[in-house]
Write a protein that binds this ligand. Structure first.
Ligand code: ADP
Ligand code: MG
Length: 286
């Protein structure tokens, strides 16, 4: 049975836009020693800006972005939305067929009968397309058309205004280790981790690799471990953590179901608020 004042803690949290699914999570939150964050959509806004367009070979900038935008025409990934915004023209979906999206990799689609790959280096490698060695720093989407490398688009994402405060507040509340697990490229991950003062990170992870990444952290640091994700492909890792925390408005239904705590307004600083409320409640109860 759940002590009565736990309901007070859960109520206090809910007035702050934090949905806690049970008293046992309040206790796990109060004991949090490690907080692991997803990057895109969780610590960063999830909306990317296309910084540069680098066509290769015969391709023009215009053609490169057109192929990418058409291939990405049906994807809900934040990068896809940014590519469509940068293209800026109306998309005729009737020329797009056979779209396959691979989580943590990118898309493959037929555009006017040509096979287009748009995604990270691993997607192209799996498709048998070599990427020129001058690898760009940051988040890049590489494009291949009919197995020929066509160039890349370079993006920047920005930290949410409260992301740094979230990390600082957690440290003040006694959290011993903060970490980030991301599917994004190493260079982009390093920038975000350094900017926000996150202790450790791993990049280039597929959604299922985030689970083993989290397990490694749990083994190394011990203590109650929270994972905070935006929900896109994050359901397995949200379930694996002692406390899975999902961003409510971005999260898929599966992620919200898998999560133990839901932040209604997607504000990472609310993770610290949740820990603070839980500590107060839990120590009062004891
Ligand atoms: P994160 O773990 O930071 O939330 P995701 O797992 O959503 O990131 O995506 C990881 C990487 O997979 C992206 O940085 C991108 O390289 C690639 N990717 C995923 N979906 C797409 C897509 N629709 N188009 C292009 N690239 C994609
Ligand atoms: Mg994400």
């Amino acid at each position: 049975s759940i002590p009565l004042s736990f309901y007070g803690g859960i109520g206090g949290a809910s007035r702050n836009g934090i949905l806690i699914k049970g008293g046992n999570y309040l206790e796990a939150l109060a004991k949090t020693e490690t907080v692991v964050f997803d990057k895109t959509g969780t610590l960063t806004t999830g909306s990317f800006r296309v910084n540069s367009i680098k066509p290769s070979g015969e391709m023009t900038e215009e053609q490169l972005i057109m192929y990418a935008a058409l291939a990405e025409s049906s994807s809900t990934h934040p990068l896809a939305a940014s590519i469509r915004a940068a293209y800026g023209k109306e998309i005729d979906r009737s020329v797009v067929a056979n779209v396959t999206e691979t989580a943590g990799r990118g898309v493959s689609a037929e555009v006017s009968g040509r096979v287009v790959l748009a995604g990270n280096a691993k997607l192209l490698a799996d498709g048998g397309v070599a990427i020129p060695p001058s690898a760009p720093a940051g988040t890049a989407i590489h494009v291949a058309v009919d197995k020929i490398y066509a160039g890349y688009l370079l993006f920047s994402d920005t930290a949410k205004p409260s992301a740094k405060k979230a990390v600082n507040d957690l440290k003040k509340l006694g959290v011993k280790h903060t970490a980030m697990l991301t599917g994004d490229a190493e260079a982009a991950a390093k920038l975000t981790a350094e900017e926000l003062g996150i202790d450790s990170y791993r990049a280039g992870l597929l959604p299922q690799e985030k689970v083993s990444g989290l397990e490694d952290i749990m083994e190394k640091f011990g203590g109650s471990t929270a994972y905070v994700g935006d929900g896109i492909n994050d359901a397995p890792v949200l379930s694996r953590a002692d406390v899975g925390i999902a961003m409510g408005s971005l999260g898929s239904d599966a992620a919200i179901e898998a999560a133990d705590v839901v932040l209604m307004d997607d504000d990472p600083a609310k993770v610290a608020t949740a820990v603070r409320i839980s500590k107060k409640t839990f120590w009062i109860v004891r």
